[in-house]
Design a protein around this ligand. Structure first.
Ligand SMILES: Nc1ncnc2c1ncn2[C@@H]1O[C@H](COP(=O)(O)OP(=O)(O)O)[C@@H](O)[C@H]1O
Ligand SMILES: [Mg+2]
Length: 383
């Protein structure tokens, strides 16, 4: 019990729902959730999207997102009931004792500030280290997390690194102040498979090295099996099964957990292509102000009813190709043909129908959508 860092007892969390045409009402999104986490251990929170993982993770910082309220139960961090903390106590808790690695690093970073400044900000704010000590620690964390050019990557802005790299920078930011607990909220979901394994190993190593405890949130049992000592399976805001990793993976008792364990990758279905829809002809592209080509003479043909997978490690140019196709980044040479016509390179010069017919679904849905519009309105505006 003395080693118990985080203790959650019979947690209940409610939120305000806004059904269209009806008055707002309270709904319960988490109920009867209890678990414990010892120092230096990792607890995996697993469940499908909407199961309540992030909501529970944030409760360890006594935090509820907009409209979300913790209405029952207790949350102890280092033996203190954090739900009773005053604002001063909460400020000492958040960013110092407990830190958070968000699912979407892109939404978490300030686009106008360089990475290093943001990585060491909380550490300096809490007066935990001098600026040079914090910078040194950040650089060593960058190195440990496998980031390229660890000495200078901190001079870049968030948009100047890939999505996967930004996620690793955020992990460095969370570890910088030497917290007792880190909440990792799907930190590797945005990474390619090879990087995911590397970063997971790095996170696990960092946890062992620093003695930090972690709540590791994911929807992927294969991921959590690699890092967690214990696993809590969630569904619809409630506990399904809770036990040590070996037990959950190798001899689950609940049907839901068994189903999670037996999930196989989606079957590949071959489709035969007909008429060519899209052709990418000798595309070379680079970003403004840089001196190297991200894409070099790329040629791709896509026929009707076909799906083309673009595969490559983090930073290899997958999103850049999508930007060129949708007109967001005009290429330095080459053309994009769509339904037999060459599309204008710049998105501003494309017609309304072109914009409607060639669409992009972004890696980070939460940053791509206007937070001031309801989901329904965003949909209508796109028609
Ligand atoms: N701010 C909010 N207001 C109302 N309901 C919310 C809010 N945030 C999350 N929810 C609801 O709470 C449930 C759990 O969400 P979440 O914790 O984000 O799930 P997970 O992280 O497992 O995907 C979902 O049903 C979601 O719709
Ligand atoms: Mg979540």
């Amino acid at each position: 019990m003395s080693d118990c860092l985080l203790q959650v007892k019979d947690l209940k969390i409610e939120a305000t729902a806004y059904p269209p045409g009806e008055p707002p009402r309270d709904i319960t999104i988490v109920e009867h959730v209890s678990f414990e986490l010892e120092k230096g251990k990792v607890l995996g929170l697993i469940g499908e999207s909407g199961a309540g993982k992030s909501t529970i993770g944030l409760s360890s910082m006594a935090y509820g997102r907009g409209g979300v309220r913790i209405t029952g139960g207790k949350v102890f961090v280092n033996g203190r009931d954090v739900l009773q903390e005053r604002p001063n106590g909460l400020r000492a808790l958040r960013g110092r004792e407990v830190t958070y690695v968000a699912q979407s690093a892109a939404a978490a970073f300030n686009p106008a500030k360089k990475l290093m400044e943001q990585v060491i900000e909380a550490t300096l704010h809490h007066g935990l280290m001098s600026k040079s000590e914090a910078q040194e620690r950040a650089i060593s964390l960058f190195r440990r997390l496998g980031l390229p050019k660890p000495e200078t990557i901190g001079n870049r802005y968030p948009h100047q690194v890939s999505g996967g790299q930004l996620q690793r920078v955020m992990t460095a930011m969370a570890l910088c102040p030497k917290p007792d607990l880190v909440v990792f909220d799907e930190p590797t979901t945005a990474l390619d498979v090879t990087t995911q394994i590397e970063v997971l190993a790095a996170i696990k190593e960092a946890i062992v090295d620093t003695g930090v405890a972690a709540l590791y949130i994911t929807h992927d049992l294969a991921v959590v099996a690699q890092v967690a000592d214990h696993i809590l399976v969630l569904q619809g805001g409630g506990m399904v099964e809770y036990g040590n990793t070996d037990h959950i993976i190798n001899s689950p008792t609940e049907e839901y957990t068994k189903a999670l364990v037996s999930v196989r990758s989606i079957n590949h279905k071959e489709k035969t292509g007909g008429v060519s829809v899209l052709s990418v002809n000798s595309i070379t592209a680079r970003y403004r102000g840089t001196t190297f080509d991200v894409l070099k003479d790329v040629n791709v043909e896509l026929a009707e009813a076909q799906t083309l997978a673009v595969v490559g490690e983090s930073g290899s140019g997958k999103s850049t190709l999508a930007r060129v196709i949708t007109g967001l980044l005009p290429p330095t040479s080459g053309t994009i043909s769509f339904n037999g016509r060459i599309l204008p390179a710049e998105f501003e010069k494309r017609g309304r129908d072109d914009l409607r017919e060639v669409q992009m679904i972004y890696q980070m849905a939460d940053v791509a959508m206007n937070p001031r519009q309801t989901v329904a309105r965003s949909w209508v505006m796109n028609r």
